[in-house]
Ligand binder design. Structure first.
Ligand code: CMP
Length: 136
Protein backbone atom coordinates (compact mmCIF):
# COMPACT_ATOMS: atom_id res chain seq x y z
CA UNK A 1 0.00 0.00 0.00
CA UNK A 2 1.20 3.50 -0.81
CA UNK A 3 2.00 5.78 2.09
CA UNK A 4 3.87 9.01 2.73
CA UNK A 5 7.00 10.07 4.54
CA UNK A 6 8.49 13.41 5.34
CA UNK A 7 12.11 13.60 4.23
CA UNK A 8 14.48 16.36 5.30
CA UNK A 9 17.85 17.07 3.75
CA UNK A 10 19.38 18.48 6.92
CA UNK A 11 21.55 21.62 7.21
CA UNK A 12 24.84 19.66 7.27
CA UNK A 13 24.10 17.99 3.93
CA UNK A 14 22.81 21.22 2.34
CA UNK A 15 25.92 23.12 3.55
CA UNK A 16 28.20 20.41 2.19
CA UNK A 17 26.56 20.56 -1.25
CA UNK A 18 25.04 17.07 -1.15
CA UNK A 19 21.44 18.13 -1.93
CA UNK A 20 21.64 17.37 -5.65
CA UNK A 21 22.96 13.85 -5.13
CA UNK A 22 20.35 13.12 -2.45
CA UNK A 23 17.51 14.47 -4.63
CA UNK A 24 18.79 12.35 -7.51
CA UNK A 25 18.75 9.29 -5.25
CA UNK A 26 15.13 10.05 -4.28
CA UNK A 27 14.17 10.15 -7.97
CA UNK A 28 16.19 7.01 -8.80
CA UNK A 29 14.39 5.16 -5.99
CA UNK A 30 11.05 6.02 -7.64
CA UNK A 31 9.58 8.13 -4.87
CA UNK A 32 6.87 10.52 -6.04
CA UNK A 33 7.71 14.03 -4.85
CA UNK A 34 4.40 15.52 -3.68
CA UNK A 35 5.99 18.58 -2.10
CA UNK A 36 9.45 20.13 -2.01
CA UNK A 37 10.74 23.35 -0.50
CA UNK A 38 13.75 24.89 1.17
CA UNK A 39 13.34 26.48 4.57
CA UNK A 40 15.50 27.88 7.33
CA UNK A 41 13.76 26.73 10.49
CA UNK A 42 13.57 28.98 13.52
CA UNK A 43 14.69 27.44 16.80
CA UNK A 44 11.03 27.42 17.89
CA UNK A 45 9.98 25.53 14.74
CA UNK A 46 12.73 22.94 15.29
CA UNK A 47 11.67 22.58 18.94
CA UNK A 48 8.09 22.03 17.81
CA UNK A 49 9.06 19.46 15.22
CA UNK A 50 11.21 17.46 17.65
CA UNK A 51 8.83 17.96 20.61
CA UNK A 52 8.78 14.19 21.20
CA UNK A 53 12.52 14.38 22.06
CA UNK A 54 12.11 17.28 24.52
CA UNK A 55 13.96 16.50 27.75
CA UNK A 56 16.43 14.12 26.10
CA UNK A 57 20.12 14.97 26.47
CA UNK A 58 20.54 15.67 22.74
CA UNK A 59 17.44 17.90 22.36
CA UNK A 60 19.22 21.26 22.63
CA UNK A 61 22.05 20.26 20.31
CA UNK A 62 19.58 18.79 17.81
CA UNK A 63 17.29 21.83 17.66
CA UNK A 64 20.19 24.31 17.46
CA UNK A 65 21.67 22.24 14.61
CA UNK A 66 18.36 21.96 12.74
CA UNK A 67 17.93 25.75 12.90
CA UNK A 68 21.56 26.45 11.94
CA UNK A 69 20.93 26.83 8.20
CA UNK A 70 18.67 25.97 5.30
CA UNK A 71 17.27 22.48 4.89
CA UNK A 72 15.17 20.90 2.15
CA UNK A 73 11.78 19.44 3.03
CA UNK A 74 10.10 16.79 0.92
CA UNK A 75 6.77 15.00 1.10
CA UNK A 76 7.38 11.65 -0.56
CA UNK A 77 4.94 8.95 -1.64
CA UNK A 78 5.61 5.37 -2.69
CA UNK A 79 4.54 1.82 -1.96
CA UNK A 80 5.56 1.42 1.72
CA UNK A 81 7.32 4.79 1.59
CA UNK A 82 8.07 4.85 5.33
CA UNK A 83 10.05 1.60 5.23
CA UNK A 84 11.48 2.24 1.77
CA UNK A 85 12.90 5.65 2.74
CA UNK A 86 14.27 4.36 6.04
CA UNK A 87 16.06 1.63 4.10
CA UNK A 88 17.54 4.15 1.67
CA UNK A 89 18.77 6.49 4.44
CA UNK A 90 20.21 3.84 6.79
CA UNK A 91 20.62 3.79 10.57
CA UNK A 92 20.45 7.00 12.65
CA UNK A 93 24.08 6.46 13.67
CA UNK A 94 26.09 6.64 10.42
CA UNK A 95 28.66 4.24 11.88
CA UNK A 96 25.91 1.60 11.91
CA UNK A 97 24.45 2.54 8.51
CA UNK A 98 24.65 -0.11 5.78
CA UNK A 99 26.89 0.42 2.77
CA UNK A 100 25.15 2.33 0.00
CA UNK A 101 22.79 4.20 2.32
CA UNK A 102 22.61 8.01 2.31
CA UNK A 103 23.80 8.29 5.90
CA UNK A 104 26.70 5.94 5.29
CA UNK A 105 27.76 8.15 2.40
CA UNK A 106 26.98 11.65 3.68
CA UNK A 107 26.37 11.76 7.46
CA UNK A 108 28.96 13.10 9.89
CA UNK A 109 27.68 11.68 13.18
CA UNK A 110 24.52 10.78 15.11
CA UNK A 111 23.47 14.43 15.42
CA UNK A 112 24.49 15.70 11.98
CA UNK A 113 23.16 12.77 10.04
CA UNK A 114 22.30 14.32 6.67
CA UNK A 115 18.64 13.29 6.37
CA UNK A 116 15.45 12.62 8.29
CA UNK A 117 12.69 10.11 7.68
CA UNK A 118 9.36 9.60 9.44
CA UNK A 119 9.15 6.49 11.63
CA UNK A 120 5.52 5.49 11.10
CA UNK A 121 2.61 6.10 8.73
CA UNK A 122 0.87 8.24 11.39
CA UNK A 123 3.97 10.34 12.03
CA UNK A 124 4.58 10.65 8.28
CA UNK A 125 1.16 12.27 7.87
CA UNK A 126 1.65 14.48 10.96
CA UNK A 127 5.14 15.60 9.97
CA UNK A 128 4.10 16.45 6.40
CA UNK A 129 1.21 18.47 7.80
CA UNK A 130 3.62 20.23 10.18
CA UNK A 131 5.56 21.72 7.27
CA UNK A 132 3.30 21.68 4.20
CA UNK A 133 -0.09 23.19 3.48
CA UNK A 134 -2.45 21.26 1.19
CA UNK A 135 -1.73 23.56 -1.75
CA UNK A 136 2.00 22.91 -1.40
P1 CMP B 1 16.12 12.09 13.06
O1 CMP B 1 15.79 10.91 12.23
O2 CMP B 1 15.96 13.43 12.46
O3 CMP B 1 15.23 12.02 14.40
C1 CMP B 1 15.68 12.46 15.64
C2 CMP B 1 17.09 12.95 15.59
O4 CMP B 1 17.70 13.08 16.83
C3 CMP B 1 17.94 11.92 14.87
O5 CMP B 1 17.63 11.95 13.50
C4 CMP B 1 19.33 12.38 15.23
O6 CMP B 1 19.80 13.40 14.40
C5 CMP B 1 19.09 12.93 16.63
N1 CMP B 1 19.60 11.99 17.64
C6 CMP B 1 19.05 10.84 18.02
N2 CMP B 1 19.79 10.28 18.99
C7 CMP B 1 20.82 11.12 19.23
C8 CMP B 1 21.91 11.10 20.11
N3 CMP B 1 22.09 10.08 20.97
N4 CMP B 1 22.77 12.11 20.07
C9 CMP B 1 22.59 13.16 19.21
N5 CMP B 1 21.55 13.23 18.34
C10 CMP B 1 20.68 12.22 18.35
Amino acid sequence: MKNRTLAIIKPDAVRAGHSGKILDRIIQENFTILGLKQTWMSLEKAQGFYEVHMGKPFFEELTIFMSSGPCILLALEKESAIDAWREVIGATDPQKADAGTIREEFANNMGENAVHGSDSVENGAKEIEFFFSNSE
